[in-house]
Design a protein around this ligand. Structure first.
Ligand code: DX5
Ligand code: ZN
Length: 221
């Protein structure tokens, strides 16, 4: 399973977004957190900004939509070239229809679960998705601490994927750092979002390499 690092620009200097994305050349993806002040109590940026970032970087965009009504708004992110579009299970009315639409538009389709959202209802539907994002903090802000109570859900998700013999990614997002990435990888996560752990480092690319090395060593199917 590929081990992938997707730094979040949320806590970077958003007044210089292109410059900040330029500092993470060692990353596999750039993670873009779209928040609407309704699904989460924070507001970031939307489609026009995401479209400009995609045009300005060679990194594929991993768009995390923390918005209400993704059934209406998510396809446009695939249309502007996002490589992966993640929407929240709690916000979507028809997640399978939406995932199929995202794939039809050429993006990877991903479903996100808040810490208290059970994965059980989605296990039979896993082949409809390219990735499951298990949130390891309550979405909305960077810099929070990793919730270890989400580890069993990461493991249940990975085990179900292994049983299906599918190449579906498990992403973790929130509080991922040098200290926590190993336990997430050992639980079966293979794609790691890291905001403060990368952008608070003096050498963001060095931090990315270190996180990738730690995750590769700890990953368990
Ligand atoms: C939080 C966002 C995350 C956030 C992660 O709701 O989805 O992507 O930027 O930041 P850290 O890594 O600092 O927890
Ligand atoms: Zn995110």
């Amino acid at each position: 399973m590929a081990i992938l690092i997707s730094p979040s620009v949320l806590n970077s200097d958003l007044s210089n977004l292109a410059g900040e994305v330029g500092r993470i050349g060692a990353a596999d993806y750039v993670h873009l957190d779209v928040m609407d002040n309704h699904f989460v109590p924070n507001l970031t940026f939307g489609l026009p900004v995401v479209e400009k970032v995609i045009a300005s970087t060679g990194l594929p965009a991993d768009v995390h939509l923390m918005i209400e009504d993704p059934d209406t708004w998510a396809p446009a992110y695939a249309e502007v070239g996002a490589a992966s579009v993640t929407f929240h299970a709690e916000a979507s009315t028809a997640p399978v229809r939406l995932a199929r639409e995202l794939r039809r538009l050429g993006a990877r389709a991903a479903i996100a679960l808040r810490p208290a959202t059970d994965v059980a209802a989605y296990l039979d539907l896993l082949p409809e998705f390219d990735m499951v994002l298990v949130m390891t903090v309550e979405p909305g802000f960077g810099g929070q601490s990793f919730i270890t109570g989400t580890l069993p859900k990461i493991r249940r998700t990975r085990d179900a994927i292994t049983a299906l013999d599918r190449d579906i990614w498990v992403q973790v997002d929130g509080g991922v750092s040098r200290e926590t990435i190993g336990e997430a990888a050992a639980a079966g996560a293979n794609m790691f979002v890291a905001g403060s752990a990368v952008y608070s480092a003096e050498d963001p690319n060095g931090a990315i390499e270190e996180l990738r090395t730690l995750a590769t060593a700890a990953y368990r199917d």
